[in-house]
Design a protein around this ligand. Sequence first.
Ligand code: SAM
Length: 488
Amino acid sequence: MEHRTEEDAVNEIIDGFQKMSEREIVIAPWLVYQGEGRLSSELRKEMEKSAYELSIFERNAKVFWIPSLDVTPAFLQRAFFETLLSTAAYLSYMRLGTLIVTEEMVLVAERLVKKYIDEFGSSLLLAIYSRVMAYLNTQLLRYYGRVEENIFLTGKWHRPWINYTIDNELENGLRYKYYQIVEENGTSFVQLTPEGEKLHESCRRDLDICGFIRQREQLIRASNFTNMDDYESIVHHMNPELHNMRRHLIQWSGIHSGMKVLELGCGSGALTLDDGLYLAVGESGSIIATDPSRGMLERAKLKLSRFDADNVKFQQAFAESIPFPDSTFDAVIGMLFLQFTDIPAALEEIRRVTKDSGIFTTLMVLEVPRNDAFLAEWFEPIFKKGLQADSSVKLPNAEVLPAIAGKYLQDCSFRVQVWPSTLEDVESAVKFLVEAGTMAELSELPLQARSVLFQELIERGYAVREKYGPDNLLLRQPAQWFKGTVRK
Ligand SMILES: C[S@@+](CC[C@H](N)C(=O)[O-])C[C@H]1O[C@@H](n2cnc3c(N)ncnc32)[C@H](O)[C@@H]1O
C-alpha cells in the first residue's frame, strides 16, 4: 500500500499482530529477563548473528506508521533480535513447558520469523515492534511524569533486558514532538508532550485490541505462578475454607466412579489429589489434570508420589487450546482458573473436548471489590486515578459468565458467593493479590514500577495492619459457582 492513512496503518498493525500470534511469534523480551539463567550465551550469540544477517538483507524496511522515520541498521537488528528471542522463549514455554530457552526452539523461532517476513514483509514486523516499544516508552513517561534522560536511555526502568541505549528512539521522539527535554538543577529529564500522550493512548488501544496486552499479562502471570513455590500455603492460610470449597465443587459436579475427567488450571494438584477428585473417579476412572505453569505442574507431580493415584496424569495445557481430540471427556472441572483465561475461547474448547451430556463445573474468582476502607488505603497506589482498569486483563464481574455461557453450554446455573480471605500475613497477601494478577491495573505499569510498588505495598500493608488490627484485614472476595451441560 503506497499512501496509507493513519487508520490504514493502525488496521494493518492490528491485523499483522494477529497473524503473528497465529504463527506463534511474539514480542515479549521481558520473558527472558524475568529469571536468572534463561538464555545461554551461545544461543544469544546465535540469535544475534541471525538478526544481523536479517538486518543486512532487509535493510530497506520502513516503519510505515511514521513513513519519514530513519530506520538505523542498529534499530532494525534489535527489532529482529528481540523478536527472535521472545519467540524462542515463548515456544520453549508453550511447546516444551520450560522457561529456559532451548536450542531446538531457537531454530523454530528463526524459521517462523523468516517465514513471516517472506510472507508479509519486514516493514510490518518493524511497524509492530516499534509500536510496542513506543507503548513501553510512553507508558514509562506517563507513569512517572518525567524520567531522567539517562534512565530513559538505558531502559533500566522499563526495558531492563536491553544492553544498548535507546538514543535513536529518544531523538525520533523529540523530532516528532512526542517527547520533550526539561532541565532542572543541571539534570535533564524526558517527559511526554500532549502529542506523546495521544500516541500512548493510541498504542495502548491498538495493543489491547490485537491481544498484546492480554498476552503480556498472561505470560507474566504464568511465569509468576511458576515461581510461586509457596502458592498452596499462601492460599490456604488466606482462606482455610478452600479445601471444603473444592470438596463441594467435586460433589456438585456429579463426577462419579468410572468417569474420564479433565481438570483445567490444576495448579499444584490440590483438587485432584488433596481434596479427593481421584477418589471420586475411582480406579476404573481417570483424570488428566492440566495447567499452563510448568512450576505448578512440577509441584503437582512431586506430590503425586505421596498418593495412591495411578489413574492421574499431569500435563501442560492452556484452557484456550486443550491438546485433546473432540468428545474425549465425560466431565471437565477446574477451580479458580477461569478468570485468568480468555473465557469464550476456553468455553469453546471445553465444549469441544467434552462428550455429549458431559458437565463442566467451576468456581471462578470475580473482580475484587475496592470499597473497604482498609483495602482502599493499602492499595491506593494501584487504585489511584490514571491507571485504567478497563483493559482486557481485568477480572470478570458477576455478569460476564451468564451473558455468554449459554452459547456453549445448556442448563447453566450460577451462584455468587463471597468468601472472607484474611490478609493479615501482609507479605503473602501482597504476593498473592499482585503476582497472581488479581489487580488488573498493574498491566498499566512499567516493569520497574511493578517491583518498586511491590515493596511499597508491603510497607503500606504493615501500616494498615497496625491501624486496623490484623483481624480486620478481611478481603470479601466474590467468586461464582458455575455448572453447565454440553449438548452436541
Ligand atoms: C489460583 S490458581 C488455582 C490452582 C488450583 N486449581 C487450586 O484450586 O488451588 C490458578 C491456576 O490457573 C492457572 N492458569 C492461568 N492461566 C490459565 C489458562 N489460560 N488456562 C488454564 N489455567 C490457567 C495458573 O497457572 C494457576 O495454576
